[in-house]
Write a protein that binds this ligand. Structure first.
Ligand code: B3K
Ligand code: ZN
Length: 887
């Protein structure tokens, strides 16, 4: 292996040490200029109790140029410090409290990593989590150093009339005369944030931005000003975001008793952003994708995304900002908890069942494969090389599942008591998962030590259920737990506490009242590797429904006949398990079809699946949005994961096409009827009822197009051309593209012509082509790299085109390996300016080890070639090395 790439040293949780000095206050002056920005940081330091007498100040930097340094107002002798781009050491700091003044010079325009201070369009903005602040000044850039901030921003009045930072604005005005670099016509603003915060929550935005204003009165009667800043011309696209913000603020008061704390809350939408959004104290910065909703350009899914992300970032104000992480190993403390909170919010705003299905779908699609492959890591890892690579589905989504299990185990009231105690004990602190769990233990007088293993071990638990029916009417359940195998993890893993919500479903769908041998009525709490439960007097025709609402993030092994599954799908009082039963029926048929194809046999028709779907579609008591979820069968990638090691993408695609078409042809009349019934939903009303109709109509259309009948492809093409909303346009185009239908061509051109000036719509347009199942796709994607709407410097465009291609199961997994080569080449190119996004794209190869041998070899070759590229960033090097492993 080449050693030229920049691997970082591993950081270990066990080595955690507090800093010897605290930074009581941080005073920052930004003299903003496009290519020359001077930052003067004046830091008030004091030694922490217990720090060594001869402790030095050792700050980190990242690519910094030191211009000047003073201590207590006097310039420091050259021998008293040493400075490199990555480090500043003050050898003999004074005793007692003292100030350090550090001047650094930045070039925001040249910053393409989009970390630290950079330019997005004509605005200046910052991104500091996790380690971006060190690209602004030398600092203790770590989450356990909390400081109050005063920030003075100076800028050109015409270029940047709006100057923003965290907290409250305390001063502003024109600047007299010209400054040393930037000429005259400048002005300034001073912001003060009274809440001590870590550097990752610092933010600055300056530019010529439009502002939409509203207000919110908190439950205690304080009026909070709400402002959303966007590019001029986008003011009309903020209504939904503003409404979502107000609903989030109210919800957090009602559900968790959490009130907002500053006088102003601001959101800024920028178009160049590495992630979805960032929860900087009082000044959230957003990818504009999660703020702007243009009625012509936003899909129902976009509205949902805006609501969710606005809520998520707002909720961080308490879970993340007021209480933050002691170190980055604790990332799930804020992220898992905040995802759980945003999921609960969305469930309250929308259909709870559909929300849960959506959350589980994305857990299964993203987190389970991660947890069962070479990138698997615990929710709370113990070692990392590059923290940017740990903003993962495991930390976020499995982290949220762990919080949800605490809620399930303790019940809604017990959970709330634990949260209240957590806020009471740790407000204003940087803390740990242990402290979080102790709050629930102490508030509920319970012991979660067995549960806490969930945080420390990677891998998805597999729970096996054997149910014995006895003649006396009793049932005996034998339940065992084990872990999926992980090549890089060995050793014994302790048993976990696993809450399994359950019920016995009677013939009319009623829950049969049962009491288990230990008094269980609706939840089995596992804590050992194998356990038995006995239920007396269970009617012969009642069926077990277990892991209801996906109460634990596990793989369930349960022998169920197709009849039992159809029974559950039709009757269970738990809507999640009805959906799960349909998925199980589909997966059984898909796997069997895959095996048949590999062995040269004819696949069996999925008759029980068709029966279940027919019955669900005909049931008028069910929500349209729920039905839409049911007819959305497992995706190709899901099937590949279920087939497991050695999967052959061609066989899976073939099996999938067969099952899809069979279902579609069997239900053709029902689907066509539904389509016609809801075709009138082809309108611009964004409310839940209309959105649900559109979802069902479009799910029906997708299946109809899968019949391969030209009339349906023509219908989809018409919808794509004539739709007056983006949901319908996109759904019709996606149906055509996924089937590789030539009818996609005209509507794609039409979409480009109508929307080429709207970057967010062009993201969709790029994704559609990247997701197209056609032999031409790779060459189309290559050509699109040169289209004027594409830019390698814009993360949204990159994710849409290159990320979209990497999730195109058939074309990415081309038998010649050209898909893998394309991805790794693009990652290599992107890595030179945006390593974070580059590393993220490699997730497309997280399951490469499960591929059949031929493709596995080609994927490995592509990864090895990338690993040999000189000067690879630590982000990409870390992922590539973990993907390839040590063999
Ligand atoms: N906390 C940010 C994510 C930062 C990612 C840094 N690589 C957004 C969020 O999770 O709310
Ligand atoms: Zn978050």
């Amino acid at each position: 292996m080449t050693t030229q790439n920049r691997r970082k040293q591993a950081i270990r949780l066990k080595d955690y040490q507090p800093t010897p000095f605290a930074i009581e206050h941080t005073d920052l002056l930004f003299e903003l200029g496009n290519e020359v920005t001077d930052v003067t940081a004046t830091l008030t330091l004091s030694k922490r109790p217990g720090a060594a007498d001869d402790a030095i100040v050792d700050f980190v930097g990242d690519g910094l140029v030191l211009q000047a340094i003073e201590i207590n107002g006097a310039a420091l002798a050259e021998t008293a410090y040493s400075a490199t781009p990555d480090k500043l050491t003050i050898h003999h700091p004074p005793a007692g409290e003292f100030t350090v003044k550090i001047v650094t010079r930045l070039n925001p325009r040249a910053n393409k990593k989009l970390m630290g201070l950079y330019r997005s369009g004509s605005a200046y903005c910052t991104q500091c989590e996790a380690e971006g602040f060190r690209r602004i000044t030398y600092f203790y850039d770590r989450p356990d150093v909390l400081s109050t901030y005063t920030v003075r921003i100076e800028a050109d009045l015409v270029e940047a009339p709006v100057l923003l930072s965290n907290g409250n604005q305390i001063e502003s005005g024109p600047l007299a005369g010209a400054d040393k670099f930037h000429g005259s016509g400048r002005h300034y603003a001073v912001w003060h944030d009274p809440f001590p915060k870590p550097s990752y929550l610092f933010a600055l935005v300056a530019g010529d931005l439009a502002c939409v204003e509203d207000s919110f009165t908190t439950q205690s009667g304080r009026k909070v000003v709400l402002r959303i800043f966007v590019e001029h011309g986008n003011e009309g696209k903020c209504d939904y975001a503003m409404d979502a913000l107000k609903r989030s603020m109210r919800w957090d008061e009602e559900r968790f008793g959490r009130e907002y704390d500053l006088d102003i809350f601001m959101i800024v939408a920028v178009s160049d952003f590495n992630m979805g959004a960032m929860e900087n104290k009082g000044l959230n910065v957003f990818n504009d994708k999660y703020v702007l909703t243009d009625p012509e350009a936003a899909t129902d899914a976009d509205y949902y995304g805006v609501e969710r992300v606005i809520a998520h970032e707002y909720f961080h104000n308490w879970t993340g900002n007021r209480i933050t992480c002691r170190d980055w190993f604790q990332l799930c403390l804020k992220e898992g908890l905040t995802v759980y909170r945003d999921q609960e919010f969305s469930a309250d705003m929308r259909s709870a069942a559909v929300q849960r299905i959506g959350d589980v779908r994305s857990l299964l699609a993203r987190q389970f494969p991660e947890d069962q492959g070479p990138l698997a890591h615990p929710v709370r890892p113990e070692v990392y090389e590059e923290i940017d690579n740990f903003y993962t589905a495991t930390v976020y989504n499995k982290g949220a599942e762990l919080v949800r299990m605490i809620d399930t185990i303790l019940g809604r009231d017990g959970f709330r008591k634990g949260m209240d105690l957590y806020f009471e004990r740790h407000d204003g602190e940087a803390t740990t998962i242990e402290a979080f769990l102790s709050s629930f233990e102490d508030a509920n007088d319970t012991d979660l030590s067995n549960f806490s293993h969930w945080y420390h071990q990677a891998g998805t638990p597999v729970v096996k259920i054997d149910e014995m029916h006895h003649e006396d009417g009793s049932r005996r359940l034998t339940i065992s737990q084990r872990f999926s195998e992980l090549p890089h993890i060995d050793g014994e893993r302790p048993a976990l506490t696993i809450p399994l919500a359950f019920g016995y479903v009677g013939p009319n769908g009623e829950d049969v009242a049962v009491v288990g041998s230990n008094g269980e009525t609706d939840m089995l709490l596992l804590s050992d590797k194998a356990q038995g439960f006995r239920f007396d007097n269970v009617p012969q025709d009642a069926r077990l429904s277990i892991n209801r609402n996906f109460s634990a993030p596990i793989v369930l092994e349960q022998k169920q006949s197709p009849e039992d599954q159809v029974f559950i799908a039709e009757r269970d009082s738990d809507p999640f398990n009805r959906w799960q039963a349909v998925q199980n029926l589909a997966m059984t048929s898909l796997k069997a079809a895959n095996t048949a194809i590999l062995t040269g046999q004819k696949p069996q028709p999925p008759l029980p699946l068709v029966a279940a779907l027919a019955s669900l579609l005909a049931n008028d008591a069910l929500d349209n949005s729920f039905k839409a979820q049911c007819v959305q069968l497992p995706q190709l990638q899901d099937v590949a994961e279920a087939v497991g090691t050695g999967f052959n993408p061609d066989a899976i695609a073939h099996a999938h096409a067969y099952i899809d078409a069979y279902v579609a042809l069997s239900l053709e009349d029902d689907l066509a009827g539904l389509y016609q019934r809801f075709v009138k939903a082809n309108d611009t009303a964004t409310d839940a009822t209309n959105a649900a109709r559109r979802a069902l109509k479009n799910a029906a259309l997708r299946l109809l197009v899968a019949t391969d009948k030209s009339e349906y492809a023509a219908l989809a093409a018409r919808q794509a051309m004539q739709a007056d909303n983006m949901t319908d346009r996109m759904a019709a185009l996606m149906a055509l593209c996924r089937q590789g239908r030539t009818e996609r061509a005209e509507p794609l051109v039409d979409m480009y012509e109508r929307f080429d000036s709207n970057g967010l719509v062009m993201d969709k347009w790029l994704t559609l082509q990247a997701m197209t199942n056609s032999d031409e796709t790779l060459s189309t994607v290559r050509a699109l790299l040169h289209d004027p709407v594409f830019s390698m410097e814009n993360p949204n465009r990159v994710r849409s085109l290159i990320g979209g291609f990497a999730s195109n199961f058939q074309q990415f997994n081309r038998v010649d390996g050209a898909g893998y080569q394309f991805l790794t080449r693009q990652v290599g190119a992107l890595d030179t300016h945006n390593p974070q996004i580059a590393a993220r794209l490699l997730e497309g190869l997280r399951s490469w080890r499960k591929l059949e041998p031929g493709r596995q070899r080609l994927a490995r070759l592509a990864l090895e070639k990338l690993r040999e590229q000189s000067g690879l960033s630590s982000n990409v090097a870390d992922i590539v090395n973990r993907l390839i492993g040590s063999d």
